[in-house]
Design a protein around this ligand. Structure first.
Ligand SMILES: [Zn+2]
Length: 120
């Protein structure tokens, strides 16, 4: 799976991991959605929200200093995917989340999910 940093446009190992280039972690709900959108897996096409070409275009915009923008449809699809994780309805996405190796990111993600669940 390929993931790209929504802050600097460089590739990183996993959507929820710290970026090796700018050391940013997606913290807000919106940033997490964008990070999910900016993942591409050739093995799991049903988890892709954009084509790899579209993601690369987004990265190009980020490197130029522009804001990331996706269509509202894509954004709501990713938002639904995230809420599917919340309701434990999507095994694929759970396995995607469980690949997180850094304990700190794991804790942050857990806190974030708790925040979402309890309507923070
Ligand atoms: Zn980065």
């Amino acid at each position: 799976m390929k993931s790209f940093c929504m802050y600097c446009g460089n590739s990183k190992p996993d959507a929820h991991q710290i970026c090796g280039s700018c050391f940013a972690i997606p913290e807000t709900h919106k940033d997490l959605i964008y990070s999910i959108i900016m993942c591409h897996s050739p093995d799991e096409p049903h988890l892709n929200f954009l084509s790899i070409g579209e993601i690369e275009e987004l990265c190009e915009e980020i490197r130029k200093g522009n804001k990331v923008e996706v269509s509202p449809q894509v954004f709501s699809q990713a938002e639904e995917a995230l809420s599917a994780v919340r309701s434990l309805g999507s095994p694929q996405l759970i396995s995607k989340f469980s690949r997180i190796s850094s304990p700190m990111v794991m804790i942050m993600l857990a806190m974030l999910l708790v925040g979402i669940i309890f309507g923070a």
